[in-house]
Design a protein around this ligand. Structure first.
Ligand code: ADP
Ligand code: MG
Length: 270
């Protein structure tokens, strides 16, 4: 598709929070995402499942502007993320545009990456103070509320090394929320955790979904959890959406052979 055929901005009546439009991503000759068309509506919770290497993390990294794409356009709330208009035509986004767009997006990874020399509270306050320019007082109020939300207010003055994996991950979620993102991306946030603390993290995510109107895109291996909290589940295979649907249909009555095969393989693994 020619760049000139992509709209510079999506029109009012057709403006999902996230839109991938004919997106391609190659590493050299290797195609990781192939002609991906994918929307997430405002307030929707979407889970991505699929085999290792199917491009799930790449989709999130593109949204976090950690990867450039090889073709197509990604839009956030109708505005181009990967591109910007210059004299009425699209050019690749520059650093300034990316920085501006990035502020709508929060992400948590499998490894929490908290700053080790800062307390839980300081970890959360860093972005609001340094990037958003909040006063320390405003940032502290906001972050204490969020640490309460994730059940970590009692540990706010602890350094990450004193916290369990589940506790660190909850702080990481609070830290991402402290930037007030419109879109939250979660990539296998429970995969590196000990089994007994997985529940405390999934409960926090469940609370976010039910009590807060965030748009959430989550990659997970926990099929029961995905089935429980998602509005829609997308099964990725080979950089494409092989099948998608509401959880009960995708898990209960998958149509594609690859989906059936994947779901029975993960069932056997647990
Ligand atoms: P998933 O999260 O579904 O396991 P990824 O999105 O991480 O998959 O990766 C998709 C494919 O892209 C994999 O085959 C992976 O090896 C490849 N890939 C990811 N990052 C790079 C990179 N920086 N260079 C080359 N290939 C990469
Ligand atoms: Mg991955």
């Amino acid at each position: 598709m020619k760049m000139s055929s992509f709209p510079l901005e999506l029109s009012e009546g057709d403006r999902p929070m996230i839109r991938f439009m004919h997106v391609h991503k190659n590493y050299g000759h290797f195609s990781v995402i192939e002609d991906l068309n994918f929307d997430v509506a405002e307030g929707e919770t979407v889970s991505i499942i699929g085999p290792s290497g199917s491009g799930k993390t790449t989709v999130l990294r593109v949204l976090m502007t950690l990867e450039t794409i090889s073709g197509g356009v990604v839009y956030i709330d109708g505005k181009p993320l990967t591109h910007m208009a210059r004299n009425g035509v699209f050019v690749p986004a520059d650093e300034r545009h990316l920085r501006q767009m990035r502020s709508s997006i929060g992400m948590c990874f499998q490894h929490f990456n908290l700053f080790p020399h800062m307390t839980a509270l300081e970890n959360c306050m860093e972005g609001p103070v340094q990037v958003l320019g909040l006063s320390k007082r405003e940032a502290r109020d906001r972050c204490e509320d969020l640490l309460s939300l994730v059940g970590m207010i009692d540990k706010k003055d602890q350094h990450p090394s004193r916290l369990s994996g589940g506790q660190q991950q909850r702080v990481a979620i609070a830290r991402a929320l402290a930037m007030r993102p419109r879109v939250m991306l979660l990539d296998e946030v429970t995969s590196a955790l000990d089994p007994e603390v997985i529940g405390e993290v999934t409960n926090v995510i469940r609370k976010l979904v039910t009590e807060h109107k965030l748009t959430m895109l989550m990659v997970t291996h926990q099929m029961g959890f995905a089935r429980d909290i998602s509005d829609r589940v997308c099964f990725f295979y080979g950089g494409k959406i092989e099948e998608e649907g509401v959880p009960d249909v995708l898990f209960g009555n998958p149509r594609r052979e690859r989906t059936k095969h994947f779901l029975s393989a993960v069932k056997e693994a647990v």
